[in-house]
Design a protein around this ligand. Structure first.
Ligand code: GSH
Length: 206
């Protein structure tokens, strides 16, 4: 299997961190693309993923999978241990629910804040709309407060054990740092959770 990725980019990291938690990163060949140099826009990568987005997973028979969560769903079956996406129908649905909340409420707002507000992101978003960035920045704070509240009630995002939903939220903490924001700071429960996440395999440096 071959994973098309980009160093430090949040969506590929969703897959990389997932694989680290499975101790399976060495089972996948990583092909790094430089997004700032537009390598993902070149014809050879467009032939892999017409949308020019990373990550993409190329299976040994040439099948291509896009969308980080779909890729993780596939990898969960290939590397079932430790289980990160739920062991029962209910738990699978709950983890998907939390994954979607993290992505739709927080990650997309951080993306809007970054893509429309960071000078380097002009390479990805040639028409930057400052109001969009400012609006997104406000939504990020609201969502961070929400997850602080969620973590006041449970030890992990989706309940009482570590799952893919924690990986999603951890990615958001890293992503917001591109905007010099430490979202856990000043948020008691998010801080307690974040400090625990820093000790996990996904946080280990390459
Ligand atoms: N929904 C997709 C999003 C993929 C995505 O937007 N990836 C970013 C990197 S984090 C990208 O490829 N950006 C390139 C661009 O905007 O031109 C997923 O979950 O994989």
């Amino acid at each position: 299997m071959k994973l098309y990725s980009a160093k430090g980019a949040p969506n590929p990291d969703r897959v990389i961190f997932f694989l680290k938690e499975k101790s399976a990163l060495d089972q996948v060949e990583i092909v790094e693309l430089d997004l700032m140099q537009g390598e993902h826009q070149q014809a050879d990568y467009k032939a892999v993923n017409w949308l020019s987005r990373v990550p993409s997973l190329e299976l040994d028979d040439g099948t291509i999978l896009g969308e980080s969560r779909a890729i993780c769903t596939y990898l969960e079956s290939v590397f079932p241990e430790p289980n990160l996406m739920g062991g029962t129908p209910l738990e699978r649905a709950q983890i998907e629910m939390w994954d979607r909340r993290v992505e739709l409420m927080l990650m997309i707002s951080i993306a809007g804040w970054f893509r429309h507000g960071h000078p380097r992101a002009v390479a990805l978003e040639p028409i930057q709309i400052k109001d969009w960035s400012d609006l997104s920045a406000g939504q990020v704070q609201i969502a961070a407060d929400y997850f602080d509240d969620v973590l006041s009630q449970t030890d992990y995002v989706a309940g009482d054990r570590f799952t893919n939903s924690d990986i999603q939220l951890f990615i958001c903490m890293n992503f917001a740092r591109y905007m010099k924001a430490k979202l856990w700071e000043g948020r008691e429960h998010l801080t307690r959770w974040y400090e625990r996440m820093l000790t996990r395999p996904m946080a280990e440096r390459d």
